[in-house]
Unconditional design. Structure first.
Length: 61
């Protein structure tokens, strides 16, 4: 087992904080979904929070 210096380690991607509006634009989420995420988290949330709370739409072939 080895100690990892937290100042030298790279930040975890899931810990990145996003603007909810920017996340919705990037992932092409509709206004209803954006309003839901804003109500849950406010203006900012982590990647993990956003990804786990997005309602996924069915993809038709």
């Amino acid at each position: 087992m080895q100690h990892i210096d937290s100042t030298a380690a790279e930040p975890i991607a899931a810990m990145k904080v996003w603007s909810v509006a920017e996340f919705c634009l990037l992932h092409r989420l509709d206004d209803k979904e954006e309003a839901k995420l804003l109500a849950l988290f406010g203006q900012f949330a982590s990647t993990s929070e956003l990804v786990h709370n997005v309602t996924r739409r069915m993809r038709s072939r």
